[in-house]
Ligand binder design. Structure first.
Ligand code: PBG
Length: 325
């Protein structure tokens, strides 16, 4: 007789038949770098997460190295913003400087540095593209995104990750990288990126809330799963090397559908609002943070994610290290 409990009778047996594991080298840790000096500013809605100026960045990078995390995702917060987001493609911009800082330091140089490519942190209106008469322009924005990506790659970024959701931006970035001799820089495309309320805390952290309206004319409608596959297909055809699905928790069906349909590494972005909810409940003593986080990350792996971008990365890596001891 079949008895499903047979393989659950001991920890060793359960370990042997376990189908999915969260591995430290598959976790990507987001870091907010800010122009200025001596800044280590906690983000209110994201306990444990801070904005760092470059002089204070080593504290955070040391923690990253210490727990064995191999990859970081950089977001920049500039002092000055303008209509055209020029801080994003300024050779001396905050992210360019942060990348050079990391790559010029022997201790940190081997980290895989992923640079988020978007204009919203750099535009005075907070939108991800150029604006004319209240409309977010698509094709006119592409050269600026391409310029930003090239400038990050030249500064030493290992991967560029466009998160703007303009049509054809992967193609524009691929062409620009290639024609600048940067053929081996991969593109990690935010392909299935939904217009989500789960980004709320991030916008506080990155000072990137839209000054008017919302992002619904470029980010996807949360109700649409089939459309996400068209976005993914487009980006693969345009030259994406990885596909990001975002947010993660309320969108596991999207991760699974991409995994079933395409043979490309999938990255789940466990976003700021998801982090805040878990942190808030944990700080209230309502849930067991470690168990909840590991269950969530394991669930994302089971859904089909190869890698996970998560603000929990340092904690998770520490917990994984402890388990292995
Ligand atoms: C920039 C960008 C956003 C996030 C990543 N890149 C915010 C947005 O689209 O408004 C959100 C990440 C998070 O919530 O953790 N376009």
């Amino acid at each position: 007789m079949e008895r499903m409990r047979r393989l659950r009778s001991s920890a060793a047996l359960r370990g042997m038949v376990r189908e999915n594991h969260v591995r430290t080298d598959e976790l990507i840790y987001p870091i907010f770098v800010m122009e200025g000096e001596n800044i280590c500013c906690p983000v209110d809605a994201m306990p444990g997460i801070c904005q760092y100026s470059l002089d204070r960045l080593p504290t955070e990078l040391d923690r990253v190295i210490e727990v064995g995390i191999k990859s970081v995702l950089l977001f920049g917060i500039p002092l000055h913003k303008d209509e055209v987001g020029s801080g994003a493609y300024d050779e001396n911009g905050i992210v360019q400087n942060a990348i050079r800082f990391i790559k010029s330091n022997k201790k940190y140089r081997d980290l895989i540095v992923i640079a988020d490519v978007c204009l919203c942190e750099y535009t005075s209106h907070g939108h991800c593209g150029l604006i004319q008469n209240g409309i977010i322009l698509n094709d006119e924005t592409l050269p600026l995104l391409a310029k930003t990506a090239v400038s990050y790659a030249r500064a030493g970024a290992d991967i560029v990750a466009p998160s703007d959701m303009m049509d054809k931006r992967v193609e524009a970035i691929r062409n620009a990288l290639d024609s600048n001799g940067l053929v081996s820089i991969p593109i990690m495309a935010y392909s299935a990126k939904f217009a989500s309320a789960f980004y709320g805390p991030f916008r506080e952290a990155a000072h990137s809330a839209p000054g008017f309206g919302d992002r619904k004319t470029y980010q996807m409608d949360p109700a649409n799963g089939r459309e996400a596959l068209r976005e993914v297909e487009e980006d693969i055809l345009e030259g994406a090397d990885f596909i990001i699905a975002k947010p993660a928790m309320a969108y596991m069906d999207i991760i699974q559908a991409i995994h079933t349909n395409y043979n490309i590494p999938i990255v789940a972005y466990n976003v700021s609002g998801e982090y805040s909810m878990i942190k808030a409940a944990a700080l209230n003593g309502w849930i067991d943070e470690k168990k909840i986080v590991m269950e969530l990350l394991t669930g994302l792996k089971r859904a089909g994610a190869k890698m996970i971008i998560t603000y929990h990365a340092l904690d998770a890596a520490k917990w994984i290290q402890e388990e292995e001891k």
